[in-house]
Design a protein around this ligand. Structure first.
Ligand SMILES: NC(=O)c1ccc[n+]([C@@H]2O[C@H](COP(=O)([O-])OP(=O)(O)OC[C@H]3O[C@@H](n4cnc5c(N)ncnc54)[C@H](O)[C@@H]3O)[C@@H](O)[C@H]2O)c1
Length: 353
């Protein structure tokens, strides 16, 4: 077996959960360092690992294979470009970038590099994701007919006490960019790409600059109509995904941050097929989930496995949708995807403040 991939984590917030997942995969990854400007915070999670606040010297380490970026959103693109220029495979938290113009730059840099970029969409890894893939492969789903998504989370003053959050300059977007991005990525995974969106956005739950509530009407490329409801002012944290296919309806529980690991109901429209559906679901339970599932898939991809994990194309799709949502809400119009090349929102969706 190949040596574990030597990995550095940059950012010690959600980076702590990344560290836990790498430690669950000791044959595949060896975390060698954690980098954060806040060395006190870093030492609290690092144990015996090297701790640094110097990103450039980290990149200069010739023995490092992977840089895992867990910085605030406005720092992602420049950090990814620096990491690629240093020849390091680069994993980056969502949102990978904060405009389509930035995605363009990352694609060019990846093409010119020996290294690869992997966006983080860890919600795709869990029993429900495996079950849906197996049901699709077995022909049990049929054509998508409709879907409903809910991202109803509870964020308040403590959450927004972190200076970058809730601001256009730091978070670069609100619930659409930072929170519902997971449910929307799940939709693409489960039913296919989005073709158009009409969006209503509002800031109603917290005194912040960016949106924290949304109602979206989406149409997928095959014509499937989908609704997505978003708020960060709910009394509890719930994510709900309801997928209606011609032959089967799949409905998640309410697990907010690990929807693919919660309880799901899979109901065949033809009751005689329910035992086969149940058998496929039962056989999909085992496997690495969440961040560990994503990181295991990344190490497979770097070893040459043919079917990649979450790709740069998935990150582009997510940012394409965010761009279309902001364009739709600001201009009060439906917006088609891919967003037109002359569309100014491709450069930036930030409002003039
Ligand atoms: N996938 C998910 O489910 C998930 C969950 C939470 C957060 N995130 C994403 O992860 C990213 C980080 O979020 P967070 O909640 O951990 O934020 P955070 O503010 O808690 O942590 C970010 C860390 O980055 C450090 N930092 C800032 N600038 C730096 C620099 N120039 N060099 C080195 N360190 C620097 C800060 O000191 C801080 O410790 C965001 O993009 C967020 O959207 C994703």
């Amino acid at each position: 077996m190949a040596d574990p991939l030597r990995t550095a984590i940059v950012g010690a917030g959600i980076g702590a959960q990344h560290l836990e997942a790498y430690r669950a995969l000791p044959d595949r990854f060896e975390v060698t360092a954690i980098c954060d400007l806040d060395l006190f915070r870093t030492r609290a999670i690092a144990g015996e690992l090297t701790v640094t606040d110097d990103f450039e010297s980290l990149l200069a380490d010739p023995d490092l294979d992977i840089v895992d970026i867990c910085l605030p959103p406005h720092l992602h693109t420049e950090a990814i470009l620096a990491s690629l220029a240093a020849g390091k495979h680069t994993i980056c938290e969502k949102p990978l970038a904060t405009s389509l113009a930035e995605i363009d730059r990352i694609e060019v840099a990846e093409a010119a590099s020996t290294a690869r970029v992997f966006p983080v969409f860890q919600y795709r890894f869990g029993p429900a994701a495996r079950a849906l893939s197996a049901l699709r492969d077995g022909g049990f789903l049929g054509t998508p007919l409709a879907a409903a998504l809910e991202t109803h989370w509870n964020r308040g003053g403590d959450y927004y006490a972190v200076p970058w959050r809730g601001t256009w300059a730091g978070e670069m977007g609100g619930a659409i960019l930072g929170h519902a991005i997971h449910a929307h990525d799940w939709l693409s995974f489960a039913m296919g790409p989005v073709a158009s969106v009409f969006a209503r956005l509002a800031t109603r739950a917290n005194p912040i600059e960016v949106e924290d509530c949304a109602a979206l009407a989406l149409t997928l490329t095959d014509g499937t109509p989908v609704t997505s409801s978003v708020t960060l002012g709910a009394a509890s944290d719930t994510t709900r995904i309801r997928l209606v296919y011609q032959n089967l309806t799949a409905e998640s529980g309410t697990n907010p941050y690990k929807p693919a690991e919660g309880e799901w109901a899979y109901l065949a429209r033809d009751p005689t097929r329910q035992p086969e559906v149940d058998a496929i679901v039962a056989s999909s339970q085992e496997g690495p989930n969440g961040y560990a599932g994503l990181f295991a898939a990344i190490s497979d991809a770097l070893s040459g496995a043919p079917s990649g994990p979450v790709t740069l194309a998935d990150a582009r799709a997510s940012i394409e949708l965010v761009t279309a949502i902001y364009a739709s809400a600001r201009d009060d119009r439906p917006v088609s995807l891919p967003v037109a090349s002359g569309e100014p929102f491709r450069q930036s969706w930030l409002p003039a403040l």
